[in-house]
Design a binder for this molecule. Structure first.
Ligand code: RUB
Length: 383
């Protein structure tokens, strides 16, 4: 498609490939996504960095680690990228060190999906000579549990796969296997101490609480988000390729583990009670709280429609590339809906724009209409 003799084009292809791989889940897990995003940015020339950030920032809307890293690159420039990649590695080492005391000889552990952080802890426990057993869910629909299975068996860890539907029974008191602890990663960490993680995490945590089994969340607090995040809904085809036409499929990527189901966080700052998360973030990563992310709107994976807010003025940030007053097509696909909802919008190049304003990586469309709650954009107030 592109001539390969242009270095810039090659680099944009690398970025496009990274974005495609993140979308398809070939690259998955919050940490891997953030690292891959940063790695792709390394290749981008300075003059195109903000456009690249715009393209990356909303690729998976439930990934504040990637977004926080991109925010830093945006604020401090390209020189911070290598530091961040190294820092993510150091953070993982700290989390592993802090998590080790939770694993004993003979421990029976349940994990879900594929969290590189959990896998790294288990690898280290094995290296230290501990003998323990891991149950892991296959993780429908995309089977990320197989990645966990491959990595754990390669490390020589005694591993057993279960279907997702078996997980609650496995942790219940009814089952003779007696799971000792649940170890999960996180995609997003919130100020009330709750998290988003792979769908299924909520059910496992509920069952664990009922059976009085601890649930530990292994996560860097760089996953903290002050924004409201709408859980990404993925394609029906991931669940059933040739589904009956009239069948509706609901396929959320993540669910929420409420604070009361979390025993503790294992972080780069040690073991933290969920209620303390916000104060630890405030002390160590104040910029995450100060960035006012809540003004940023995120487009869900399907990019169609609008999520309502009573605000008469709100802003829309798209990952679209802007040239003068045109929004190109990458961020806002459902222009018909936008046009329909915004009586006073001005259509520029068949795309409606009011009060177009550019900031380096956020594109704001100022709309003056109330929006329809049934639809799907996350909209935050523009102050
Ligand atoms: C992966 C998932 C992982 C977290 C944490 O979901 O939920 O538990 O991302 O991963 P998906 P890590 O496969 O949909 O990306 O500990 O590697 O950051």
């Amino acid at each position: 498609m592109f001539a390969s003799n242009s270095p810039t084009i090659d680099k944009m292809v690398t970025l496009a490939q990274t974005i495609a791989d993140i979308k398809s889940l070939k690259i998955q897990g919050a940490t891997n996504i953030a690292k891959a995003g940063l790695q792709a940015l390394l290749e981008i020339p300075d003059s195109e960095i903000n456009q690249a950030i715009a393209e990356l920032i909303l690729v998976r809307p439930t990934e504040p680690l990637l977004q926080n890293c991109l925010e830093l690159v945006h604020q401090r420039g390209k020189s911070v990228i290598k530091l961040l990649i190294t820092q993510l590695g150091n953070i993982e080492e700290e989390i592993v060190k802090n998590g080790l005391p939770f694993i004993n000889n003979g421990s029976i552990i349940l994990t879900h999906c594929h969290s590189s952080t959990v896998v790294n802890l288990l690898r280290m426990a094995k290296k230290k000579g501990l003998g323990f057993k891991v149950y892991l869910t296959e993780t429908r629909p995309k089977m990320q549990g197989r990645i966990t299975a491959e990595e754990l068996t390669e490390a020589g860890i005694d591993s057993t796969m279960i279907t997702d539907s078996e997980a609650a029974f496995l942790v219940s008191k009814e089952d003779k296997r007696k799971v000792d602890l649940v170890l999960l990663g996180a995609d997003a960490v919130f100020k009330d101490g709750s998290i988003f993680n792979k769908v299924g995490s909520y059910g496992i945590s509920l069952a664990a609480q009922k059976a009085q089994i601890p649930v530990y969340i292994l996560a860097t607090l760089l996953k903290f988000s002050v924004k409201k995040i709408v859980i990404e809904e993925r394609k029906a085809q991931e669940i059933w390729q040739d589904k009956p036409k009239k069948l509706t499929i609901f396929n959320p990527a993540f669910d929420k583990i409420p604070v009361e189901l979390i025993t503790a966080y294992v972080t780069e700052f040690g073991i933290i009670k969920p209620e303390k998360v916000k104060s630890v973030v405030k002390k160590n990563y104040p910029w995450i709280i100060e960035t006012h992310h809540d003004k940023l709107l995120r487009l869900p994976a399907n990019n169609f429609g609008y999520l309502g807010t009573a605000a008469t003025n709100f802003s829309v940030a798209t990952s679209a590339t802007l040239k003068d007053s045109q929004v190109l097509d990458s961020g806002l696909k459902n222009n018909e809906a936008l046009r329909g909802k915004c009586g006073s919008s001005k259509i520029v190049d068949r795309r409606p724009i009011i009060g177009l304003k550019l900031s380096p990586y956020k594109t704001y469309l100022h709309l003056n209409e109330k929006v329809n709650k049934k639809n799907h954009l996350i909209v935050d107030y523009h102050l």
